[in-house]
Design a binder for this molecule. Structure first.
Ligand SMILES: Nc1ncnc2c1ncn2[C@@H]1O[C@H](COP(=O)(O)OP(=O)(O)O)[C@@H](O)[C@H]1O
Ligand SMILES: [Mg+2]
Length: 259
């Protein structure tokens, strides 16, 4: 199910503003790829270009190529809605639908996409998705309680359950732990390690220890100055990035010496 992603010469614009310039990278299937870099260097923008969410912003566009298992994502014949189904997204703040139960939250994405489902199919999908998100045992006796009644960390796992319920091939996560306490963060990190046997996972994190713990490959983005486009400085196996990076600026960023 998992897919590899090949990005070539990608430029990403907001209107006339070139936010990210000239990205080339290969994201491996069934692995975790982390993006690090200072605020404003285009990590979120780049992530959103990988499932065609970027263009939802008026005036936003890309140049270059994104290939998902050999299929070009930006061909005119490709339906962006279908792309977003295959390449799911988890956001910085857990965002369960406030009026929906835990059960309905898990099914929300599926209900948008699918025709009617039998009660037993829906039950099975809810259980499978919640198990997949390591949340089942904590919520199985209160599936009809509001999604908002859960703790922040549980809400984020609920959002992950909702994302995997539509059976995507890739999961994009934009700082999924930045609003969570350390225990919930550890639960999400454990979950990411499990999910990578089925999914291609791309995670933006401002926490370098987290990148080092969870990822197989790491990309370091930076920008020369405010107003300049962000660019990919270095992309390498995480081990190498954190012990012996190719670029001096990677070393400086990782060791806390900016510049
Ligand atoms: N919706 C938007 N409209 C215009 N510019 C944006 C928008 N979102 C982000 N940007 C700009 O794009 C650049 C990259 O931002 P972003 O991708 O959010 O960086 P990061 O996630 O690394 O902090 C910044 O200069 C930011 O101001
Ligand atoms: Mg961001």
């Amino acid at each position: 199910m998992a897919k590899s992603i090949d990005v070539s010469d990608l430029n990403i614009y907001y209107g006339d503003f070139l936010a990210v310039e000239g990205v080339n990278m290969t994201i491996k299937a069934r692995s975790v790829t982390a993006f690090i870099g200072p605020s404003g260097c285009g990590k979120s923008t780049f992530l959103r270009s990988l499932n065609r969410m970027h263009e939802a912003i008026p005036g936003a566009r890309v140049e270059g190529k994104v290939m998902v298992d050999g299929q070009s994502l930006y061909e005119p014949s490709i339906d962006p809605v279908a792309v977003r189904r295959q390449i799911g997204m988890v956001f910085q703040r857990p965002n369960p639908f406030p009026t929906m139960s835990i059960y309905e939250n898990v099914l929300a994405g599926k209900r948008l996409n699918a025709k009617r489902m039998s009660k037993s199919d829906a039950d099975a999908l809810v259980e499978r998705s919640l198990r997949g998100a390591n949340l089942w045992t904590e919520v199985k006796d209160r599936l009809n309680k509001p999604g908002m009644s859960l703790s922040g960390g549980q809400q984020q796992r609920l959002c992950i359950a909702r994302a995997i319920a539509v059976e995507p091939q890739v999961l994009l996560m934009d700082e999924p732990c930045s609003a969570l306490d350390p225990i919930s963060t550890a639960a999400i990190e454990d979950l990411i390690a499990e999910l990578k046997s089925d999914y291609t996972i791309v995670i933006v994190t401002h926490n370098m220890q987290q990148a080092a713990r969870v990822s197989d490959d790491t990309g370091f983005f930076n920008l020369k100055a405010t107003g300049e486009p962000g660019h990919l400085v270095e992309f390498n196996p995480t081990n190498k990035m954190f012990t012996n990076p190719d670029e001096e600026s990677t070393e400086a960023y990782i060791s806390g010496r900016f510049g």
